[in-house]
Write a protein that binds this ligand. Structure first.
Ligand code: ADP
Length: 488
């Protein structure tokens, strides 16, 4: 038990033990198969070096016996001494071959058979010094003796033949057994390997996938998300550390929000006073002003307006994030909403030679907070003008969606402007993210983030499609009934 709990805490030990197990299985099978192959090698060796040469030697003896028999018969018939001499020479070769064969045969029946053959052969000849004569004078007697010698040699040769066949069959069985064991080994190794792969996928890849999902959600700003994982090993440690990091990031994020909100709040009143004072001075309430002074006052009014807008945006963002926006939902006619949102931007657009095609959607309505929705479309229209070119156009498209769970209306703000590069599309809705326009055009990078939050608080979504150099299309899907709204 202690070992198992130790293992569960060490991932690398789990791997080590599993792969060792696989290694041991494969090694055992390998040793077993090698044993069989060694036995097979020994069998083939015996066949080639023992049985086959003996078999060939027995064959040679048989040939010599047949040659001697034929010569002996001719000697008997002719009585020619030259023939008898030649027969004796062959006979001596046969005796030498029989002796060598008997010496190499194993002790037992075969060796005794060769001794008997030698004995029978010896009975044929009478020797005085170098002179040898045939003891037998009848052909049939001669034939009978050679029959005995041939029968004995044939018996030994057949025996050797059978032994070779038995060895070959044995080798064949060994080869087949080795093949089957190899196959079994492959199946076992594949099975254990498959189990290991499954285990790795379940215990390592799965949890890593979970952590990757969490990091993606954190990257999208969902810092409250936590990885749920009850593990004691390194992956569990990683998940705990990652969770801790996310909590810390959430704390820092909250601190940053609070700081920004406090700063904006603190700036709001003095900015309003400054704006008022500036306006009074421009109206001449503090006495007459020179042209130069008026110019400076205009510039400071412009900058004060900008600062007021920014602080208002930061405050809006913190309110939305804290869920304190306080929406007032009601039915809003789309046509009126878009006309209201154009106001303020139309003059700027006209100055820049950009046409805003007036909206004409008398029947469409959405359910939402008119002020906040106006803020969304004002921002989208302002961007469509800001990121446009002289001679460009801005227009609207409205489409009802009654087929989904919540009936909704798609309101699209389209422009023929500079478009957005694909790489930037994913992040323009993030806070403080500014795209290609960064340096040259004014902006904070907060407008789209606020617009998206407001639309999402309405239970809708804000999407964009864009082609660089051709234009962009921002679509806000807003529910047309009460059901979708988060803060109704
Ligand atoms: P800002 O306009 O203050 O820079 P936004 O959040 O409104 O911030 O927009 C973020 C970025 O998205 C912009 O800086 C710009 O690069 C890109 N963008 C938004 N609307 C458009 C548009 N209609 N055409 C091209 N780019 C756009």
């Amino acid at each position: 038990m202690a070992f198992v709990s130790f293992l569960s805490r060490r991932l690398y030990l789990k791997f080590l033990v599993s792969y060792l197990l696989l290694g041991v299985v494969v090694a055992c099978l390998g040793v077993y198969i090698l044993g069989y192959l060694a036995a097979l090698g020994r069998g083939v060796d015996q066949l080639l070096h023992d049985d086959l040469p003996l078999h060939m030697e027995a064959g040679r003896c048989l040939q010599l016996a047949r040659a001697e028999e034929s010569l002996a018969k001719k000697s008997l018939v002719t009585g020619d001494p030259a023939f008898i001499k030649r027969t004796d020479e062959v006979g001596q070769q046969l005796v030498a071959a029989l002796t060598a064969l008997a010496a190499n045969l194993p002790e037992g029946e075969w060796r005794r058979a060769m001794a008997t053959a030698e004995e029978a052969h010896r009975g044929l000849w009478q020797r005085q010094g170098d002179h040898a004569t045939l003891k037998v004078h009848r052909v049939d007697e001669l034939g009978a003796t050679f029959n005995i010698v041939s029968d004995l040699l044939n018996a030994v040769r057949d025996g050797l033949q059978e032994r070779m066949e038995a060895r070959l069959q044995e080798s064949d069985r060994a080869v087949r057994h080795t093949f089957h064991m190899g196959l079994l080994g492959w199946v076992v190794a594949m099975g254990v390997g498959g189990l290991l792969a499954y285990w790795t996928a379940r215990h390592v890849t799965g949890p890593l996938h979970e952590i990757r999902t969490a990091t993606r959600r954190w990257a999208q700003g969902e810092l409250t998300y936590q990885v749920t994982m009850e593990r004691d090993d390194e992956i569990g440690d990683l998940a705990r550390s990652a969770n801790q990091m996310a909590r810390r990031l959430a704390e820092l994020d909250a601190l940053k929000e609070e700081f920004l909100a406090n700063c904006s709040h603190e700036l709001k009143t003095p900015l309003t006073s400054l704006r008022e004072a500036n306006a009074l001075m421009l109206e001449g309430a503090a006495g007459p002003t020179s042209d130069g002074q008026r110019k400076l006052l205009e510039i400071s009014r412009h900058e004060l307006d900008r600062m007021q807008r920014r602080t208002a945006q930061i405050l809006d963002l913190s309110r939305i994030r804290a869920g304190q926006m306080g929406y007032h939902f009601r039915t809003v006619p789309v046509d009126a909403l878009l006309h209201r949102s154009i106001q303020g931007t139309d003059l700027l657009a006209a100055r820049q030679g950009i046409e805003i095609v007036p909206p004409d959607f008398p029947d469409a309505t959405v359910h939402g907070d008119e002020e906040r929705l106006c803020q969304v479309f004002t921002n989208l229209i302002a961007n469509a003008v800001k990121f446009n070119r002289p001679g460009g156009r801005v227009w609207f498209e409205v489409e009802r969606h009654d087929d989904g769970e919540t009936p909704a209306v798609d309101i699209a703000v389209c422009d023929s402007g500079i478009g957005i590069p694909e790489a930037e599309l994913g992040r323009i809705f993030e806070r403080f993210e500014r795209g290609h326009a960064d340096a040259s055009l004014p902006g904070t990078g907060l407008g789209l983030a606020i617009a998206r939050f407001i639309v999402e608080d309405h239970g809708g979504e804000l999407r964009v499609a864009s082609t660089p150099d051709h234009g962009s299309r921002f679509v806000a899907r807003i529910p047309s009934t009460t059901e979708g709204a988060a803060h109704a």
